[in-house]
Design a binder for this molecule. Structure first.
Ligand code: GDP
Ligand code: MG
Length: 163
């Protein structure tokens, strides 16, 4: 039995970095410029002994404002519809932004289970951002670092019920 995980979140929170780490190949383009992932990417991921399909959602250059562009909203909704569970990533260093709130609203309305994770939590700086993410109303945020491979045991525990 396998399941499909969709990584959703506004541009630049580290979705592609996490996708690459879980797939183990440089399949997703990672860049410092927000919105470099043009298309939705799918891969076969593994975390410990859990194998699953993973979807990396696109980011868009025009998503820097307070309103989620229609195209990004459609991408997010399509990924959610295709997924058994969503991993909603926020940036613990940047803090919670209006776009995060808007994506949270989409996720709260949907029946697909959501795992909330605050990325870029390495070091001490991340903890405040992680606590801020409680206000998204999606439960306790996991603290992870996609770049440094931290928080993977917590992520494993969160995915285990779906495996
Ligand atoms: P995406 O737009 O959500 O796909 O984000 P990317 O994966 O392209 O990453 C955006 C930026 O955040 C890049 O510069 C990454 O190197 C950086 N990044 C990703 N994960 C982490 C992390 O765990 N810690 C820190 N400090 N930076 C990260
Ligand atoms: Mg990306």
């Amino acid at each position: 039995m396998s399941f499909t995980l969709a990584i959703v979140g506004r541009p630049n929170v580290g979705k592609s970095t996490l996708f690459n780490r879980l797939v183990g190949k440089k399949l997703a383009l990672v860049d410092d410029t927000p919105g470099v992932t043009r298309d939705r990417r799918e891969g076969d991921a593994r975390l410990g002994d859990i194998h699953f399909k993973i979807i990396d959602t696109a980011g868009f250059e025009d998503a820097s404002g307070d309103v989620l562009p229609a195209r990004m909203r459609r991408q997010t909704e399509a990924a959610i519809a295709a997924a058994d569970v969503c991993l909603f990533l926020v940036d613990a260093r940047a803090g919670i932004m209006p776009l995060d709130e808007e994506i949270a609203r989409i996720l709260r309305k949907d029946e697909t289970p959501v795992i909330l994770a605050a990325n870029k939590c390495e070091g001490k700086q991340g903890e405040a951002g992680r606590m801020e993410a409680f206000r998204l109303g999606l439960g306790e945020p996991l603290g992870i670092s996609a770049e440094h491979g931290e928080g993977t045991a917590d992520l494993y525990g969160a995915l285990l019920p779906f495996a």
